[in-house]
Design a protein around this ligand. Structure first.
Ligand code: NAD
Length: 259
């Protein structure tokens, strides 16, 4: 098991991609701290981790709040006896044409998708340094972090920002032995896409399910992505085979965006 005995913290772990990553890193041998705003759902994921024979702990935190992110990491270290991998996965989507975007929407999504990742990087690196060890930081970007998508302009901006933070942090923390990378999924069939599809239907009059179907049709490998597909890349980035990789935002999308 590649990360046997390590401790990983996953934000947005209550469902979707975050849950998939948490389960995969547990299968890889890590003990897992699960962080989200949805406490009841976190408890269910914790049970699944325990069934895999790993230790786990849950912590309710809003990643947009800096002090809560620091507290989540302190909690993980205290409860699980270490801290080695930080997965800044929590994020929200927003579908609106540029002409309709409001300041309130921008504030909310920037706070969660950009500040959430920034505080996660900052707090994790501080903890790795305080423990005198190396560490791995892994951030959620997107295909929308490589190309700006229509109706998803502000969301795309936040995912471009995650790439910028990933590159800058990789340069700043390399000398401490800390690597910082990002994963860029494509079209993953989670609740996030249920919301995106419903909002497209509202805005364009497309039947429900149509936008998701169209996006999936455009994938070279011919199927929607699963959280397990994403978790495979995150497992690699969390393990020793990626030790010489830093500052990268790696696409895992079945063939949508080519870089
Ligand atoms: P999801 O909506 O199914 O799950 C997101 C989780 O994050 C939820 O459990 C939610 O409660 C949590 N969360 C939201 N705001 C939070 C906050 N402020 N503090 C703590 N937790 C919070 O979404 P998902 O599809 O699993 O997406 C996970 C990540 O992957 C996101 O960053 C998303 O932008 C990114 N992503 C998703 C897709 C996709 O197709 N679904 C594609 C590319 C990137």
């Amino acid at each position: 098991m590649p990360i046997n005995g390590k401790v990983a913290l996953v934000t947005g772990a209550a469902q979707g991609i975050g849950r998939g990553i948490a389960l995969r890193l547990a299968k890889d041998g890590a003990d897992i701290a699960l962080v989200d705003v949805k406490g009841d759902k976190l408890a269910a994921v914790a049970k699944e981790i325990e069934a895999l024979g790993r230790k786990t702990t849950t912590f309710i935190a809003d990643v947009g709040k800096r002090d809560q992110v620091y507290a989540a990491i302190d909690h993980a270290e205290k409860m699980l006896g270490g801290f080695d991998v930080m997965v800044n996965n929590a994020g929200i989507a927003q579908v609106n044409p540029i002409a309709e975007v409001t300041p309130e929407e921008v504030d909310r999504i920037f706070k969660i998708n950009i500040e959430g990742v920034l505080w996660g990087i900052q707090a994790a690196a501080a903890k790795f340094k305080a423990r005198g060890g190396k560490g791995k930081i892994i951030n959620a970007s997107s295909i929308a972090g490589h190309d700006g998508f229509a109706m998803l302009g502000v969301y795309s901006a936040t995912k471009f920002a995650v790439r910028a933070l990933t590159q800058a942090a990789a340069k700043e923390y390399a000398s401490a032995g800390i690597t910082v990378n990002a994963y860029c999924p494509g079209i993953v069939g989670t609740d996030m896409w249920v919301e995106i599809d419903a909002r497209f239907a509202e805005l364009t009059g497309a039947p429900k399910g149509e936008t998701y179907r169209k996006y999936v049709e455009g994938i070279a490998l011919g199927r929607a992505q699963t959280p397990e597909d994403v978790a495979g890349l995150v497992s690699f980035l969390a393990g020793p085979d990626s030790d010489y990789i830093t500052g990268q935002a790696i696409l895992t999308d079945g063939g949508i965006v080519y870089r």
